[in-house]
Design a protein around this ligand. Structure first.
Ligand code: TMP
Ligand code: MG
Length: 212
């Protein structure tokens, strides 16, 4: 009987500071899942293609200024506007590999010290809860050595170090913490193994609301 029930896809999230290798790992994972015959799609936040995403993009490129609470709510709105499509895909059996999620929302705003963590979480309460959160962790020293940051807002070593502290304070035992100084291949192998297990284990489970 179980075999006849529709299997849902897994919601797999990558988190971490800028330049830790999240996008590379997302891409590698989607490719590997597709190669193995599974349905998978990638998604990244902010999604800069929507009307809200364009505002966010202008903010990140320093073309416009926005008040800290206000930009925080736009990042959350940019996730909520994708929820109907995400749920549809998950229900149809497609796993979603997501580059950043609500945890980035909280860590980056909380790092500014103008809003408390509880306030930061509130607008994202009720989003689909990820089945797996991969946290790519790199010491601020290693991050600085790795490569130069770009010109976007937040791409400053001192701020990134505070974001890393916020992520560390937020993470719980359910997160898969990965030492991002390891090679792309070795991280990918670990990520793939954990993801395949999560797809299998969660295929008949409900998707619960985040932070409820
Ligand atoms: P990206 O580098 O992954 O495209 O993300 C752009 C920047 O936006 C990055 O510095 C992290 C930041 N960010 C937030 O401040 N809040 C959020 O909710 C998200 C998703 C990203
Ligand atoms: Mg970036």
């Amino acid at each position: 009987e179980l075999e006849k029930m529709a299997r849902r896809g897994a919601l797999i999230v990558f988190e971490g500071c800028d330049r830790v290798g999240k996008s590379t790992q997302c891409q590698r994972l989607v490719e590997a899942l597709k190669t193995s015959g599974r349905q998978a799609e990638s998604l990244s936040f902010p999604n800069r293609d929507t009307a809200i995403g364009k505002l966010i993009n202008n903010y990140l490129n320093k073309k416009i200024e926005l008040e800290n609470h206000s930009i925080h709510l736009l990042f959350a709105a940019n996730r909520w506007e994708m929820v109907p499509q995400m749920e549809k895909l998950l229900k149809s059996g497609t796993s979603l590999i997501v580059d950043r999620y609500a945890f980035s929302g909280v860590a980056y705003t909380a790092a500014k010290k103008t809003a408390e963590v509880d306030w930061c979480k509130w607008p994202d309460i009720g989003l689909p809860t990820p089945d797996v959160v991969f946290y790519l962790s790199l010491s601020p020293e290693a991050a600085q050595q790795r490569s130069m940051y770009g010109n976007e807002r937040y791409e400053k070593a001192e701020f990134q170090a505070e974001v890393e502290r916020q992520f560390q304070a937020m993470k719980d035992e359910s997160w898969e913490t990965i030492d991002a100084s390891r090679s792309v291949d070795s991280i990918h192998r670990e990520v793939l193994e954990t993801s395949l297990r999560a797809i299998e284990e969660n295929s008949h489970k409900d998707i619960l609301p985040l932070w409820k």
